[in-house]
Design a protein around this ligand. Structure first.
Ligand SMILES: [Zn+2]
Length: 70
């Protein structure tokens, strides 16, 4: 089941990148929601309620979103 020469679909590429997307990305791609209606990919809130960029809380949130535990 090799598929080296086949183009990857977007999901595969994103999985490889380990990208974190809004939980609404699927709906957005399906045209069901506007970009402005998407929840934040990091805090999963709309409007975004992320901690201040660069703060300890901000990095802690990123760590959580990446599944790391300290
Ligand atoms: Zn946010």
């Amino acid at each position: 089941m090799t598929k080296n020469n086949q183009p990857k679909d977007a999901r595969e590429v994103l999985d490889e990148l380990g990208a974190k997307w809004s939980p609404d990305m699927g709906k957005f791609l399906a045209g069901e929601v506007d970009l402005s209606q998407m929840r934040c990919a990091l805090c999963e809130k709309n409007p975004c309620a992320c901690p201040e960029f660069g703060s300890d809380e901000y990095f802690a949130l990123i760590d959580r979103r990446h599944g790391r535990r300290s």
